[in-house]
Design a protein around this ligand. Structure first.
Ligand code: PLP
Length: 383
């Protein structure tokens, strides 16, 4: 046994058992491996219209000012800008290197080995991986017919549940709970449970008729909660890594601020986020384009015999009627990158981001040629 073997043997078993995050392939990788020139990257829910032009200006200015100095560890300018737009105090805000950083910080702050966490399956991978990395025990509650099963979630919650972790809208499915469902779910939560509400697709969802004001419902509940949002999706800043958390109480934010590394948000990301916030028209235009493209893609999928789940986000999730990994491999050769789901029970499901019109067309054309419905010559009935 080498010293490295011995060291690995001595580590916390939960670290050795951690699953790897299933990240999407890069366009460069696919271009190189498959020799295709035209790529539609529809696997990571990025904004096809990119960031606001104001972001490029802010970055140029920040670079000209210099990057030799450490960033503001308190992210003061950004927190003030967010607090001016949200019904909360700046003290309730925590900024992270992407909201995935905040999932990790929240796990390290609020969870201990053996603590119970309840989340939903299918789920965003880190909702399972982050709690497990600190030794928490994660119970995953299946959805029913690709909708949240609030009764099953209530049944899984106990007074010992330390954290309830929900992505609303759901990633990967795209559906969201309505106000009555959220109220019912929160009524089942014990006072000792932290509700972590991941709203990575907030800007898309809030533009959808009937989307519930989660912040208000959480505030009404009297429970401790943490809402997570991000600049990676509708704001188009995924490459810079910046997201934020809104805590029910500044004491929770303060604890997270002690656990996170002090300079976790670089200076360029802070400047970019402030600039992005100053241009709500850009976000609104992106959301409007994506929403209309989403409905176009939904219609195309239905015409091909697929049944995408209800979505108020910038992606669609559907049963491909075949192994989704095999299908997505065939799509890669056509330059189309999508995300096959890998959780048990969802191996035939695929998540496709809504991209530009051209990217969406490339996906639908490739799926028309390569999908199971076509190759089997299925007679398709549309309900
Ligand atoms: C994309 C996504 C995130 C991570 O976003 P970053 O801010 O880029 O880290 C978090 N939660 C969900 C549900 C997501 O889909």
């Amino acid at each position: 046994m080498t010293p490295t073997d011995a060291l690995i043997d001595a580590l916390r078993p939960e670290v050795r058992a951690l699953p790897a995050y299933n990240a999407g392939l890069s366009a460069g990788h696919v271009r190189e491996q498959f020799g295709v020139t035209r790529i539609a990257k529809l696997a990571s829910n990025e904004n096809p219209y990119g960031a606001s032009a104001r972001v490029a200006d802010a970055l140029a200015q920040a670079l000209a000012d210099g990057i030799a100095v450490y960033p503001d560890p308190a992210c003061g300018v950004l927190r003030a800008a967010l607090a001016a737009r949200l019904p909360v105090d700046a003290g309730q805000l925590v900024i992270g290197n992407g909201s995935e950083d905040l999932l990790s910080v929240a796990s390290h702050t609020f969870l201990a080995p053996g603590d119970e966490v309840v989340t939903v399956v299918p789920s965003f991978g880190l909702h399972v991986i982050c709690p497990q990395s600190v030794g928490a025990i994660v119970t995953t509650v299946p959805m029913r017919d690709l909708e949240f099963d609030v009764d099953a979630l209530c049944a899984a919650l106990t007074p010992n549940t330390r954290m309830l972790l929900v992505s609303n809208p759901s990633n990967p499915v795209g559906c969201a709970m309505d106000g009555a469902q959220i109220k019912r779910l929160l009524s089942c939560v014990s006072p000792g449970t932290l509700v972590v509400w991941d709203e990575a697709y907030y800007e898309y969802a809030v533009a959808t008729l009937g989307y519930a004001d989660c912040l208000a419902l959480l505030a009404e509940s009297g429970l401790p909660w943490l809402v997570l949002r991000t600049f990676s999706k509708a704001y188009g800043l995924a490459g810079l890594r910046i997201g934020y958390g809104i805590a029910s109480d500044s004491r929770l934010a303060d604890l997270m601020n002690r656990v996170r590394t002090p300079f976790n948000i670089n200076h360029l990301a802070q400047c970019a986020a402030v600039a992005a916030l100053s241009d709500p028209e850009h976000v609104a235009a992106s959301v409007a384009h994506v929403t209309s493209e989403r409905e176009g893609m939904r219609a195309s999928l239905l015409a091909l015999g697929y049944m995408p789940a209800r979505s108020c986000a910038n992606f669609l999730f559907f049963d491909a009627h075949e192994d989704a990994v095999a299908l997505s491999q065939r799509l890669l050769r056509e330059g189309v990158i999508v995300k096959p789901w890998r959780e048990t029970g969802y191996a035939n499901c695929l998540r496709v981001s809504i991209g530009s019109r051209d990217d969406n067309d490339l996906f639908i054309e490739a799926l028309t040629r390569l999908g199971a419905a076509q190759s089997r010559g299925m007679q398709i009935e549309i309900h």
